[in-house]
Design a protein around this ligand. Sequence first.
Ligand SMILES: Cc1cc2nc3c(=O)[nH]c(=O)nc-3n(C[C@H](O)[C@H](O)[C@H](O)COP(=O)(O)OP(=O)(O)OC[C@H]3O[C@@H](n4cnc5c(N)ncnc54)[C@H](O)[C@@H]3O)c2cc1C
Length: 407
Amino acid sequence: MDKNRGRSFQTIAARKAEFSQPDFTDSERTVREAISKICSKYPDEYWLEHDNNHKFPHDLYNDLARDGWLGICMPQEYGGSELGIAEATVMMQTISESGAGMAGASSIHMNIFGLEPVVKFGSAEQKKRWLPPLIAGKERACFGVTEPNTGLDTLKLQSFARRQGDHYLLNGSKIWISTAQIAHKILILVRTTPLDQVKKPTQGLSLFYTDMDRAQMQVTEIPKLGRAAVDSNVLFFENWKVPAEDLIGEEGNGFKMIMHGMNAERVLVGAEALGLGYAALRRAATYAQERVVFGRPIGKNQSIQHPLAESWMSLEAARLTIYLAARLYDQGYTSGEYANAGKYLAAEAAFEACQRAVLTHGGMGYAKEYHVERYLREAMLPRIAPVSREMIKNYIGEKVLGLPKSY
Ligand SMILES: Cc1cc2nc3c(=O)[nH]c(=O)nc-3n(C[C@H](O)[C@H](O)[C@H](O)COP(=O)(O)OP(=O)(O)OC[C@H]3O[C@@H](n4cnc5c(N)ncnc54)[C@H](O)[C@@H]3O)c2cc1C
């Protein structure tokens, strides 16, 4: 805390993404500064242009890869830096907060923790084959769990893999798969034993990490509300031949593997939402200072000022929960109440901040050139994915409050 002694208060409008919160550890501070520096090359105009033209942000991705950030949580043995989720949380918040929003964060999200099942359950040969190219940014990966017919009811997913000699034949479909247009690899969860032949529904699902062989699948982009720089897709595959050596761990144990690291993923998405909320608030506070109507800055009106003050408090409360969840995760804590609560609170606070930022800008809030309308569109996403608000409340209701399962 010595670093903060005597430090004068910085307003949110002045702070930009290089501002370091007083509770940061030295290593979190280092991450914050380094990532801010990289992101400062990519202003809001860059993200607006990529959103308008549905263009993946290759430049930012390559910069982060070049400086080793794609391996922030990956083992050093394969080229990673083996830092914790706490540092990755700061990194994702900082990227989003720079104005890159969910688009910037989603462009590398899968690299940060997506391959945790490989790290934990893959063979030495698989790790050597898969991790170095991912960490170096030479291969991009996507994540295939959600299905059109089953949604959040993951255990009922219908895609099926049947073993045939040295390979599996995969049949089925996936929906909402981010970056599938440009990914080289996919981490995909499918059933290998029918649901009616397993003792527990969590059994009989298997996880593969394999080539996105476009000759054997159909990838169709979904037009959507926001985050257009990063594509979302429907996948269809029929008798897709996947080598048996691409199966991770034991057949039938895929669900257990995918659950591992789920809390970390919630923390990271929460951090991405937070960044968006702070970016919106920064723009709102700046505009409220500068815009003069009825002979005074609009920020002098408490109906403009107070909602923004409330948003700062909500974002900070969410941030403290998210950072607590991240640090607990790094200490080996496995329960999900703080990760889920943090993701929920961050997504709600970010959405509210974005909405208030649009309203603060009046008509200009509706114009693309002020960027807050893009933030607002993106702010819907962390409320829905990777797990919805309702499912988080179900989790807290059951696990924390001990109430009966409602579904
Ligand atoms: C832009 C975007 C990117 C995504 N990227 C990926 C990706 O890369 N890979 C991937 O696998 N998936 C991805 N997803 C999918 C995402 O994880 C799902 O959309 C999300 O989990 C919700 O599932 P669903 O859309 O099927 O909703 P549904 O399961 O159809 O649910 C619809 C609504 O009903 C509610 N509901 C359902 N059951 C209950 C219940 N029991 N109690 C209370 N409420 C309930 C839900 O909360 C939700 O509000 C992405 C989604 C989006 C929008």
